[in-house]
Design a protein around this ligand. Structure first.
Ligand code: MD3
Ligand code: FE
Length: 211
């Protein structure tokens, strides 16, 4: 479906075998040079989701090559196969003939792990210096994704269930919409994907940054 201009939701887009491959890769990244952890917020809080980054290290409100707020190490590289997956996702969302899909060159991924109590408050993604689309892939437990407007974190918004294998692309005006995750439904995922419990979300992005 197309819930807003530039936003495309393709339920069950990623085949179960590729979900499993993604879970396996995420497990390796989670114990890579910069381990998966709760991101610290500037005012002293910590996010309830756990995150590991590829290519560039994200923290509010900046990207860097090294994780200076964790252990100072350089983050693992962004793999070419993940960029290929991003282009395939954009072609499916925007059409095979989409020039934007063929040009798409994501250079960072944020991998978020949600346990049953994790949430993500309404926010905009504005730390990238690019308006290229964000590609989001979900694996594991179902969640409620709240997709809002570009003006404020409040109404109007739409609550959409994201299930394992769902692809969501946020381009055009949707790229700067407020969004969040209000609920995770424990035990709804298929253990065959390798996620015995919890929800995994990968977002592929173009930072627009150079070293
Ligand atoms: C809309 N992640 O990592 S994915 C995030 O499920 C984030 O982990 C949520 O919000 C998650 O920043 C939501 C859907 C998503 C991701 C990025 C977006 C929606 C977006 C960027 C712009 C607009
Ligand atoms: Fe976000």
């Amino acid at each position: 479906s197309r819930p807003a201009p530039g936003a495309v939701h393709l339920p069950g887009w990623l085949p179960s075998g590729e979900q499993r491959r993604l879970v396996e890769a995420c497990r390796e990244w989670a114990s890579g040079p910069v381990p998966m952890r709760h991101t610290r917020l500037p005012r002293g809080g910590v996010m309830s989701v756990r995150t590991v980054c590829l290519g560039w290290h994200w923290r509010p409100y900046r990207y860097s090559r090294t994780a200076d707020d964790v252990n100072g190490r350089r983050v693992a590289p962004f793999p070419g196969w993940l960029a290929d997956l991003g282009r395939r996702a954009l072609r499916c969302a925007y059409g095979e003939e989409s020039a934007e899909a063929h040009r798409y060159a994501p250079d960072t991924a944020l991998v978020n792990f949600y346990d049953g109590d994790a949430r993500m408050g309404m926010h905009q993604d504005k730390d990238e210096r690019s308006s290229a689309p964000v590609v989001s892939l979900s694996v594991g437990d179902t969640c409620v994704f709240r997709f809002g407007n570009t003006a404020s974190r409040g109404k109007p918004y739409t609550d959409i269930e994201l299930n394992s294998g769902d692809l969501f692309v946020f381009g055009g005006p949707s790229r700067f919409a407020y969004h969040g995750v209000t609920k995770v439904f424990p035990g709804t995922g298929d253990p065959a994907t390798g996620m015995a419990s919890g929800r995994l979300n990968l977002t592929l992005r173009v930072t627009g940054l150079t070293d």
